[in-house]
Design a protein around this ligand. Structure first.
Ligand SMILES: [Zn+2]
Length: 472
C-alpha cells in the first residue's frame, strides 16, 4: 500500500559503503536508489520548481524522447528547478533536472529536446555509475552522501553549499564532471534520439554554439552547463559532421512549450509588470505567439486580482484556441479558465466546468488539484477521495494529492485513512519523524487486520531508514 519505492532495499543491512561499489558494478536498482535519495533532497529544497504544469510538460517531452532511446522501458523523471543558471543535469536512475534558466535560454522546443536527449543518453549509457565506480574514495560513508555530492556538483554554488554535508562530498565535486569521452558518446546517442523523435537535429549544434558565444562575452562566468558538460570545438565539429547532409526542417514548437515558457517569463516579473509586458506584446503584434501572450496576460491579471478583465480575456483566448484545431485541446488554457471561474465564485457552473475538464484531461495534475479542492469546498468529500485515490495510482509520490486526500478523509471522519495519507505526504517530503508520528496515530485510530499489519510494516521500514540515516 505504501509505495515508498525510495527506501533503499540495502538499508536493512545498513547502507553499503563505497568500498563495495568500487569492486562491483552498480546495479540499475542501486542507481535508482541513489537518484531517489537525491530527489527527496531536491523536493524538500526551495530550488524545486513546484509547478505541476511545468513538470508534467517536461515529462511528456522527456518520455517522447525516451521512447526512441536505447532503453525505452526505463523509468525516468524529469523536473524543473527554480534557478536562473543555465543548466541541465542527469542523476543516476533516470532523474533529469532542468533549470528555469535553461528553459528560458533555448530558442525552440527542438533545442530543449536536444539538451534532454543528451541527458537521457548519459543515463542510458550509465555514465554516472561508471564515474562513481571509478572513485576509490573510501572516506565516503554512504550512497546517500554520494547522492548529495552529485546533486551539489550539478547545481549552483549556493545550493551546493546547503546540500554538502561532509568534506568528502566537497572533495567529490571536482571529480564528478563528465569526461570528454562521455560527452561525445552522449552527443552521438542523443542526436540519434533527437532524429528518431522528429525534432530538428541542427538544434543541437545551434544551442551549443550559442552557449559558447555567450560565454566568451561573459568572460569566465560560464553557465553551469558548460562546467558540467565541457564543450570543445572538437565536440561541436563532431556533431556538425554527423548532420551536415541533413536538410534543415522547420519543426513548429508545441503550444505547451510556449505556454510553459510564458509562465516562466511571467514568474520573473511582478503582476503589474507582467500585465504591461503582455499587453505591449499583443498591442504591437510583437514576434511570438499571440495565444501564449494572451495566456500570460490572463494569468497576470488574475495575479493582480483584476478578475473581470481576466474573465473577458480568457473568453477571447478560448475562442482563439478553438478556431485552431491544433490548439483546441490545451489543458493549460482550461486550467487557467477554471482558475478565473473560481475567482469569480460561480460555484455550480464551476463544478460542471471542472467535471468536464477533468474528463477531457485526466492526466493534468494542476486541474485535478483544483477540482479536488473545489469538491471539498462544496462538501463532496467522497467524490474528492475517489478522484484522488485514482490519481495516486498514477503519481504515487505526489504530496499535494496526499494532502488533499487527508483533508477528504478528515471530512468523512475516516481517521485511519486520514493519518495514513498524512504519513505518506510527510514521507515523500523526506520528513520521516513526522511520517512515523502519523503512522502511530493511524494505528491508534484502529482498523482491520490487513490495515494494521500494513501500518506495522510501513513503520518498520521508515524506522530502518531513520536508523540508517542516524548512523551516518
Ligand atoms: Zn553531458
Amino acid at each position: 500500500m505504501l509505495m515508498l519505492c525510495f527506501s533503499p532495499c540495502a538499508v536493512s543491512d545498513g547502507l553499503p559503503d563505497l568500498g563495495d561499489i568500487s569492486q562491483t558494478v552498480l546495479t540499475p536498482m542501486q542507481e535508482r536508489q541513489i537518484g531517489q535519495q537525491s530527489m527527496l533532497q531536491i523536493r524538500a529544497s526551495k530550488q524545486f520548481l513546484d509547478d505541476a504544469e511545468v513538470n508534467d510538460y517536461l515529462n511528456q517531452l522527456g518520455y517522447k524522447l525516451v521512447e526512441n532511446s536505447t532503453e525505452p522501458g526505463q523509468e525516468f523523471e524529469f523536473f524543473a528547478l527554480n534557478d536562473y543558471n543555465i543548466n541541465a543535469f542527469a542523476m543516476p536512475g533516470g532523474f533529469i533536472g532542468v533549470n528555469s534558466g535553461l528553459l528560458l535560454t533555448v530558442q525552440s522546443e527542438s533545442e530543449l529536446a536536444a539538451v534532454l536527449s543528451h541527458e537521457i543518453a548519459h543515463v542510458t549509457q550509465h555514465h554516472l555509475a561508471r564515474i562513481l565506480e571509478g572513485q576509490q574514495n573510501e572516506g565516503l560513508a554512504s550512497l546517500a552522501a554520494l547522492a548529495i555530492a552529485i546533486l551539489a556538483a550539478r547545481n549552483s554554488p549556493q545550493a551546493a553549499e546547503a546540500a554538502i554535508v561532509s568534506m568528502q562530498a566537497r572533495a567529490m565535486q571536482s571529480q564528478l564532471n563528465f569526461t570528454r569521452t562521455h560527452e561525445q558518446e552522449a552527443d552521438r546517442i542523443g542526436l540519434d534520439i533527437l532524429q528518431k523523435s522528429n525534432f530538428s537535429s541542427h538544434a543541437m549544434p545551434e544551442f551549443l554554439n550559442r552557449l559558447q558565444r555567450a560565454t566568451q562575452l561573459l568572460e569566465g562566468n560560464a553557465p553551469s552547463y558548460l562546467r558540467t558538460h565541457p564543450i570543445t570545438a572538437d565536440r561541436i565539429a563532431d556533431i556538425e559532421n554527423r548532420i551536415y547532409k541533413q536538410p534543415y526542417r522547420l519543426i513548429p514548437d508545441s503550444l505547451s512549450f510556449q505556454l510553459v515558457r510564458t509562465k516562466l517569463i511571467a514568474a520573473q516579473k511582478t503582476a503589474t509588470d507582467a500585465i504591461s509586458y503582455f499587453n505591449d506584446a499583443l498591442g504591437e503584434q510583437r514576434h511570438g505567439n499571440p495565444i501564449a501572450q494572451r495566456y500570460g496576460l490572463v494569468s497576470a491579471l488574475l495575479r493582480n486580482n483584476e478578475i473581470e478583465r481576466a474573465s473577458r480575456e480568457i473568453s477571447v483566448l478560448r475562442k482563439l484556441a478553438k478556431l485552431n484545431p491544433a490548439l483546441k485541446n490545451s489543458p493549460m488554457i482550461e486550467t487557467l479558465a477554471g482558475q478565473v471561474m473560481r475567482a469569480e465564485k460561480n460555484d455550480a457552473a464551476t463544478l460542471t466546468f471542472y467535471r468536464t475538464a477533468v474528463q477531457n484531461f485526466p492526466q493534468h495534475r494542476a486541474l485535478i488539484y483544483e477540482y479536488a479542492d473545489l469538491l471539498l469546498q462544496n462538501n463532496q468529500a467522497e467524490n474528492a477521495a475517489k478522484l484522488l485515490t485514482e490519481q495516486l495510482v498514477r503519481h504515487p509520490s505526489d504530496t499535494k494529492l496526499y494532502d488533499l486526500q487527508a483533508k477528504a478523509y478528515a471530512m468523512q471522519n475516516k481517521r485511519l485513512e486520514q493519518h495514513l495519507a498524512q504519513a505518506y505526504s510527510f514521507a515523500w517530503q523526506g520528513n520521516l519523524y513526522a511520517a512515523i508520528e502519523q503512522l502511530e496515530l493511524a494505528k491508534q485510530a484502529g482498523g482491520n487486520f490487513y490495515q494494521l499489519s500494513t501500518i506495522e510494516s510501513d513503520l518498520r521500514e521508515l524506522r530502518e531508514i531513520q536508523n540508517a540515516r542516524g548512523r551516518k
